[in-house]
Unconditional design. Sequence first.
Length: 187
Amino acid sequence: MTTPIALVDAPARLADASRILVIGCSGSGKSTLARALSYRYSLRHISLDRDVFWMPGWTERPKEEAYARIEALVQEERWVMDGTSPGSLNLRLPRTDLVIWLRPPRWTSLRGAIGRWLRYAGRTRPEMAPGCPEKIDFEFLHYIWTFERLSSPRVVQNLQRFGEGIPLLTLNSRDDMNRLLEMAGAA
């Protein structure tokens, strides 16, 4: 099982971490946080959406190839990786020094996803594979709405199974995320 840590203890943990995993619902701010931490601590930013799961034209990379990419990426010495993908936590957690789980209310994640869609409408955002313009549909909104009920239990199960002793910081709001960035000098 992961070891919960308090927000006040996070800056010291961040300073010592070489590999940080940022997980959470779509629209929760994973990529924003990962980019800021990447810059602040000179870590490579790995986006599972951009670097692993998606190819141009919203074509999903074959599962075996995607997992082979993850296996190679986690062997690198210094990174911050954003993406939840509960099915790949078994590959990522053993190489992780710190997990940050963004768990804001679903309305916050919905606002984040809709705001992102408005900001990048018709264009590809930096954390997405080339040729994948920002889109939004009912299925995606439903995923966000039901994330806590349907996806979080799988995340918890994998954290328990593969995260023995790994520090876990849970942030429950954008304010928590902003406080973390301020405390870490990454704001």
